[in-house]
Write a protein that binds this ligand. Structure first.
Ligand code: SF4
Length: 692
């Protein structure tokens, strides 16, 4: 038996696990690691069953190519497949210009892959058009974080601080289903005498454990936060000394909040005034107070402002930049944090640098040994990139790595058509996802237990996944693919295949940037169970807690955001009278590309459903389990009814993990946040009917 300490392939908690592989090639097993400080011996069902996706039966183990559009995929050699991808990309660029070629990455890719993918787009393809599915996941929180504090790290403190706070407000997150081992921190908070307030249109498994559950109308979290700030001002609860010493811009935020008096906010949100007052009292009275947001407030067309409003509340009450207090975002994807730091975002270069900053361009150009003037500028954001595929001025050839937009993109029916309209599509993935099924070439990639690489978890802790198993013959690492493609495109250096070699270059590229990894090495990560960035030197201990002395803005002060309430891009009306909100369930992960291939997870969560309140069910004459059609301006999805009083009567909920007739993202609205360019997954207008 070979035993290797590594990390889970799924969510941003990156639980520590021990992988045991029999020498006779028998099935590997995972055990939770009690000594890893994040999960302390716990794994959820997804992590426990993670080895199931390693089996050769559930994944391609040879490249696949299609000889003509509409033809079948057939097995091919790696040489043929890579030749075809390089030729497809090069021919399109030659015919239509460099911007007609695009790259789409994923928040599950390791730091090394994200880094090399960004470099591949900008150096080998010389296209500005690279973005990734993390744009759909947390970019509004990142934008608000950067505006307020000058730096975005999902949690600017370790998870253990949640347990040490006196009051935590969790807005639009459901860790009981998305990352169950994290729930222990909330339980410890309460057993230490602290209070948990959950804001969610559904009484989720997490909300069931709260001391106070606020159940607002979808898309009104911004008004709710403004109402709480109004009460803080009106009740004289503002921490004037903190505001004066450590912040700027309070007056504009105060003025906006004063237009959101409690009765108005009750009218907008449906949250009773007495609950607003109780929430404010609990949070203001707490010595240590934390606000956490997740996808609920972030995946809105006003997500950046919504998160900004919650940060405003923290700042007004002096609950930031102090031990036991602060604002944080519960990032979702495994490398949702690192994925946005190393250059696979359309507007960023490695080290979390702006692509428009001349000094950043010069630094990265030096590391990459190219001319700064040759680096492209900012490209299209994820939805805009996908929305324009195959159109005049849009990309006509796409290399997609570790993402499944046929299921996970908003307005997914339209995006599927755009993918079909491409001249050339190549997909590198672990499994034959719905998007891979559309590809001209599929490149089968190695997985978590078969390769080494770093990820940065939701706390900013850089961890190391270790290769524990020999991959099946016929699959290759994404780093190998990038090296081979770069060489075929005429760039035969600067694309190493060894992850540690890529990481060494990443360290140099990030040095001096906001996300500084210069002092982090594989050796240190192994020895220290992860290192928190920023870590500018070998002797630096890393930074578990940010902002204790100053914020990362030029003047060291946090900035209030001047935000005000506005409705969702699409509100219910006569034709579409209900809100739809979407989310996740315990036994599936993201687009389900991996977890739908695990029998025990499929048994636990076999398909989509439509959650609706008994009052709405009675009005529609619908029984539990009966087929329902949900229709929005973008399409129609059909799934069985799940009648429950845990949801608001004006709202239906669908999980988004499935393709086919029950695909929730057929319905969702791609209205974009003007700052983060994040789509409004969390609220749109629908009508619901029985399917006879
Ligand atoms: Fe994996 Fe997340 Fe479950 Fe931990 S909580 S085992 S990281 S899916």
């Amino acid at each position: 038996m070979t035993t290797t300490d590594t990390h889970c392939p799924y969510c941003s908690l990156q639980c520590g696990m021990r992988l045991q592989a029999p020498h006779d090639g028998g099935e590997a097993q995972v055990l939770a690691r009690p000594d890893f400080p994040v999960n302390r011996g716990a794994l959820c069902g997804k992590g426990q069953s993670a080895t199931a996706v390693l089996g050769a039966g559930v994944r391609p183990t040879a490249p696949l190519v299609r000889d003509k559009r509409g033809g079948e995929l057939r097995e091919a050699s790696w040489t043929e497949a890579l030749d075809r991808v390089a030729a497809g990309l090069a021919a399109t660029a030659q015919r239509h210009g460099r911007e007609s070629v695009a790259v789409f990455g994923g928040g599950g890719l390791t730091n090394e892959k994200a880094y090399l993918l960004g470099k591949f787009a900008r150096v080998a393809l010389r296209t500005p058009n690279i973005d990734y599915n993390g744009r759909f996941c947390m970019s509004s929180a990142a934008a608000a974080h950067r505006f307020a504090f000058g730096l975005d790290r999902g949690l600017p403190f370790p998870l253990e601080d949640i347990a040490k706070a006196d009051c935590v407000i969790l807005v639009g997150g459901n860790p009981a289903e998305t990352m169950p081992p994290a729930l222990r921190y909330f339980r410890e908070l309460r057993s230490n005498g602290g209070t948990l307030i959950v804001v969610d249109p559904r009484r989720t498994r997490t909300a069931e454990q709260a001391d106070l559950h606020l159940q607002p109308v979808p898309g009104t979290d911004l008004a709710l936060a403004l109402g709480l700030l109004h009460l803080a001002v009106a009740d004289g609860r503002v921490d004037q000394a903190f505001v004066a010493e450590r912040t700027t811009g309070f007056e504009a935020a105060r003025t906006a909040a004063m237009a959101h008096w409690p009765e108005r906010v009750e009218g907008l949100t449906g949250v009773p005034v007495h609950q607003l007052r109780e929430a404010l009292r609990l949070f203001a009275d707490a010595a240590g107070g934390i606000v956490l947001t997740a996808r609920g407030p972030e995946q809105q067309s006003k997500g950046t402002d919504t998160v900004g409003a919650w940060i405003n509340l923290c700042l007004a009450l002096g609950k930031a930049g102090r031990p036991g207090s602060g604002y944080g975002c519960l990032t979702g994807q495994g490398n949702g944090q690192g994925g946005r730091e190393h250059g696979q975002k359309a507007d960023q270069l490695p080290g979390y640098r702006s692509i428009e900053d001349p000094a950043a361009r010069a630094h990265i150009a030096h590391v990459w040994e190219v001319e700064a003037d040759d680096l492209p500028g900012a490209g299209r954001s994820a939805y805009e990139l996908l929305d324009t595929l195959g159109t005049e001025g849009g990309a006509r050839a796409l290399l997609l790595m570790g993402s499944n937009p046929v299921v996970s993109a908003p307005n997914a029916g339209h995006i599927t058509e755009r993918l079909r309209a491409l001249d050339f599509l190549a997909v590198s993935d672990l499994v034959l996802s719905e998007t891979a099924h559309l590809a001209d070439v599929v490149l089968p990639a190695t997985q978590w237990a078969e390769e080494t690489g770093t990820l940065t978890n939701l706390e900013g802790r850089v961890i190391l996944r270790r290769r524990a198993l020999t991959p099946p013959q016929g699959v290759r690492t994404d780093l190998h693919v990038l090296r081979e493609l770069a060489a075929r495109l005429g760039v035969d250096k600067g694309f190493p295949e060894e992850a540690e070699e890529v990481f060494e270059e990443l360290r140099r590229a990030s040095a001096g940037g906001p996300a500084d990894y210069a002092g982090i090495s594989y050796r240190r990560i192994r020895a220290e169970e992860g290192v928190f960035w920023p870590c500018p030197g070998e002797e630096h201990p890393g930074t578990p807690r940010l902002f204790l002395e100053r914020f990362a803005t030029p003047d060291g002060r946090a900035r209030f955001a001047p935000v005000t309430h506005r409705p969702a891009a699409e509100e219910p009306d006569h034709e579409y009278p209900l809100y739809l909100t979407t989310g996740r369930v315990l036994s599936q992960y993201q687009s389900g590309a991996q977890t739908r291939r695990v029998p025990e997870l499929n048994r636990a969560a076999p398909g989509p459903f439509v959650e609706l309140h008994p009052q709405l069910a009675a009005r529609l004459g619908v029984a539990d389990g009966e087929a329902l059609a949900v229709t929005s301006r973008r399409g129609r999805a059909v799934a069985p009814a799940r009648v429950t009083d845990t949801i608001r009567p004006d709202t239906v909920f669908m999980p988004f993990h499935w393709a086919g007739a029950g695909r929730a993202n057929t319905l969702t609205n791609p209205a974009l946040d003007p700052v983060s360019r994040m789509p409004e997954f969390k609220v749109c207008a629908v009508r619901v009917e029985r399917v006879r």
